[in-house]
Write a protein that binds this ligand. Structure first.
Ligand code: HEM
Length: 128
């Protein structure tokens, strides 16, 4: 049969927009994350849907509008500590639970995100 991308298998645009909404409502409330994000997360969410669409093998909406992701470089203006990476992943895990994403596709997706989040770290945690 024809190749079905993880993007399609997970439910496409509908699933990603629900996921990203649930995710950024948590990010906006999170004490470690909210200080480095804009107050209005509308544009952030729009771009993240574009990125995740492409990341999961869907249409290349992100690159069409913004060029090569260069994700680590785009995160350099922000202090991404191990603690913030854990917080980002916790918000994502809870968002997946909230929208009822489950099973091996979700596990693979989350695993890839943990690797990408590790790769974004550019600053050590503060000493206690
Ligand atoms: C942008 C933080 C991990 C994808 C941003 C921005 C911040 C941020 C502060 C700028 C938001 C804005 O100005 O609108 C973090 C932190 C992370 C993390 C603390 C913890 C590790 C990730 C991961 C991914 C990702 C794992 C992808 C799977 C993006 C994308 C953008 C972005 C696509 C928009 C880039 C652009 O402007 O084109 N992130 N991020 N981030 N982040 Fe992250």
């Amino acid at each position: 049969g024809s190749f079905r991308s993880p993007y399609e298998a997970l439910g496409g645009e509908d699933t990603l927009s629900k996921l990203v909404d649930a995710f950024y409502s948590r990010v906006g409330q999170h004490p470690d994350l909210s200080p480095i994000f804009p107050t209005d997360l509308t544009e952030t969410a729009r771009v993240q849907i574009q990125f995740l669409t492409q990341y999961l093998g869907g249409p290349t909406n992100y690159t069409d509008e913004h060029g090569h992701p260069m994700l680590r470089a785009r995160h350099m203006p922000f202090e991404i500590t191990p603690k913030r990476a854990q917080a980002w992943l916790a918000c994502m895990k809870e968002a997946m639970e909230e929208i009822g994403l489950d099973g091996p596709l979700k596990d693979d997706f989350f695993h890839r995100l943990t690797l990408t989040a590790q790769h974004m770290i550019n600053t050590p945690d503060e000493e206690p």
